[in-house]
Ligand binder design. Structure first.
Ligand code: FMN
Length: 333
């Protein structure tokens, strides 16, 4: 990968403290395994919003996958379909909602709300028509984080086509799409807008980017089907708490009224098991899929998911946990 591109994918915001903490938070946690449990057959599958995932690992939405490989989000969708896991497609994808739907994965759509609500409403209609199963509303980006690394590296994606916005972009070409979205993210978004979204669609909604228990409770009260505990891969508020550290209080506050998910720094099967033991229904993984995609397109992305599956099964067996319903809450110390 070109260095500027690698920086865009790998980097966080400001001093990268949250980015690093997303890993160290997992590294600090210890597992307390059970022994002499029959683990000759381990089943990592899990039910998520009415869909059977073959394992509790889903693909996080990441913008502009075509930067990593010409097949971009299509390759990720095909890899997700092969692995039997859900892909969450970013609003800022480089293949369109309709193109990715044709790749055969179970797909959710990540929504950014722009100042012009008609743009978001139109996206929702396309997502419904294309058969997506849920909307993931990202709420931790009222303004972009301090992406100083991009200024230093000179990252400039203005040649890329944002395939979901080709209509919108006609007449807004100056400065490219990046400038357009930078100026048009709606910083005035509130819980009322979650209600507005509910009023325009029957799709189940997941709120992405929650780190506080009181916000998670608000989300449940607003009728969401899921809460995704996330700090946006360390790319938004630097020094924000790691998702895995925020998870236990949020899972307790939600108390089974919605599905709880977590992302950020999940790299190993043991990370997945830790997240589940601390109250997550499933986890989402971002950058590893982009690395796999960059190395080998669809088969690279599929390899990453296959490695994670093998590691999850290994960790479950060594923890004495034959199925995800057998996870003891005190597995993590
Ligand atoms: C290159 C990149 C682009 C991203 N683009 C989006 C996006 O368009 N929408 C969104 O909600 N989150 C986006 N995220 C955040 C991811 O969905 C996810 O929260 C994060 O990557 C998880 O952390 P991990 O990369 O350590 O697994 C992006 C992350 C990366 C690394």
């Amino acid at each position: 990968m070109e260095p500027a591109l690698f920086e865009y994918y790998a980097g966080g915001s400001a001093d990268n403290l949250t980015l690093r903490d997303n890993r160290t938070a997992f590294e600090r946690l210890r597992l307390n395994p059970r022994v002499l449990v029959d683990v000759s057959a381990v089943d990592p599958s899990v039910e998520v919003l009415g869909h059977r995932e073959s394992m509790p690992v889903m693909v996080a939405p990441t913008a502009m996958a075509r930067l990593a490989h010409p097949d971009g989000e299509l390759a990720i969708a095909r890899a997700a379909a092969r692995a039997g896991v859900t892909q969450v497609l970013s609003s800022l994808s480089t293949y369109s909602i309709e193109e990715v739907a044709g790749a055969g994965a179970n797909t959710w759509f990540q929504l950014y709300v722009f100042k012009d609500r008609a743009i978001s409403e139109h996206l929702v209609r396309r997502v419904e028509a294309a058969g997506y199963r849920a909307l993931v509303l990202t709420v931790d980006l009222p303004v972009p984080g301090l992406r100083e690394n991009l200024t230093r590296s000179g990252f400039d994606p203005s040649d890329l086509t944002m395939s979901n916005f080709t209509e919108v972009m006609k007449g807004h070409q100056e400065g490219g799409f990046f400038t357009y979205i930078h100026d048009n993210f709606d910083g005035s978004l509130t819980w009322d807008d979650v209600e507005w979204l509910h009023s325009i669609t029957d799709l189940p909604m997941v709120v992405k980017g929650v780190l506080r228990a009181d916000d998670a409770v608000r989300a449940v009260e607003a009728g969401v089907a899921g809460v995704l505990v996330s700090n946006h891969g360390g790319r938004q508020l630097d020094t924000a708490i790691a998702g895995i550290d925020a998870l236990p209080a949020i899972a307790a506050a939600v108390d089974g009224r919605a599905a709880v998910f977590v992302d950020g720094g999940i790299r190993r099967g043991t990370d997945v098991v830790k997240a589940l033991a601390l109250g997550a229904r499933a986890v989402l993984v971002g950058r590893p899929l982009l690395w796999g995609l960059a190395v080998g397109g669809e088969s690279g992305a599929a390899d990453v998911l296959a490695m994670l599956r093998a590691e999850v099964e290994n960790a479950m067996a060594l923890c004495g946990v034959p199925s995800v319903t057998d996870l003891p809450p005190d597995l993590v110390t």
